[in-house]
Design a protein around this ligand. Structure first.
Ligand code: MN
Length: 263
């Protein structure tokens, strides 16, 4: 099997190396990762300047690796240039920090996996939920091997990817694996305002999470209970449940005068 690896913590991140090392035991690994950290880059792509790939070393690991001047999504796009030479699987991470609830919308880790899903490739984003202990990547790396060995990918939809969050615990303290939905976690005090040395205000994205839905079945509840959370996500943001009621509602207000005006 051939694996395309990307991340948003950058080519030098220990989580990426741990993932590459784990998957090198399962097949051919190709790493394309941002040359520096791009956490919270979301799904941005580079349109207005050239992209460069520079051969890189993953701290002595014998795998093909490149540092990319672009974003996490650029990295996966570059790794899927040739339709005749696609990887069998895209894995993003292992991110040093959670990607839970709304965080997936900002996450470069999740977006790299989403880019893989857009090419119908089985794609996984892997993150370790940081706590006060040093982040350990061994459990998530072992999980990546398990995904390659036996995850029932055929049971999943096309055009979807898997957002995986692993508690920062030794394997024997992990309490299970749960398929989850996204919780909700709005941040409060998101913008910290300060003053620069010249007396002008500046702002820094900060804030604390104020949880709104960490009920059973959510990713937030699973990792809090010490479980590995696997959330299937798709990039179709359509609110399908609203299409019929909204169509009905529009019929009721009668659009014909508006359409006549337009015509
Ligand atoms: Mn990151």
């Amino acid at each position: 099997m051939r694996f395309l690896l990307a991340n948003d913590d950058g080519i030098l991140a220990p989580g990426l190396r741990a993932l590459a090392e784990a998957l090198a035991t399962r097949g051919q690994v190709k790493v394309i990762a941002p040359e520096r950290e791009q956490s919270a880059a979301g799904h941005s792509v580079t349109l207005h300047k050239p992209l460069r790939l520079v051969p890189a070393q993953l701290n002595g690991l014998d795998v093909e690796a490149y540092a990319c001047s672009g974003t996490p999504a650029d990295c996966v796009a570059l790794g899927t240039i040739d339709p005749a030479d696609l990887p069998d699987m895209v894995l993003s991470g292992i991110n040093d920090g959670a990607n839970l609830a709304e965080e997936v919308l900002y996450s470069g880790t999740a977006s790299a996996a989403m880019e893989g899903a857009m090419y119908d490739l089985p794609s996984f984003a892997l993150s370790v939920v940081r706590n006060e202990q040093p982040t350990r990547f061994d459990v998530a790396a072992r999980l990546a091997q398990w995904i390659v060995d036996g995850f029932p990918r055929q049971a999943a939809c096309r055009a979807c990817f898997f957002n995986v969050n692993v508690p920062n615990l030794p394997l024997e303290e992990i309490t299970g694996i749960e398929i989850t939905r996204l919780g909700r976690r709005r941040y409060v005090n998101r913008m910290s305002q300060r003053e620069d040395p010249r007396g002008r205000p500046y702002f820094w994205f900060a804030g604390e999470p104020a949880e709104q839905d960490a009920s059973p079945g959510t990713d937030l509840a699973a990792v809090r209970a010490g479980k590995i959370s696997i959330t299937p996500l798709h990039f179709d943001l359509t609110s399908h449940a609203d299409i019929d009621p909204l169509t009905e509602a529009l019929r009721a207000v009668c659009l014909s005068p508006l359409l006549k005006e337009g015509g």
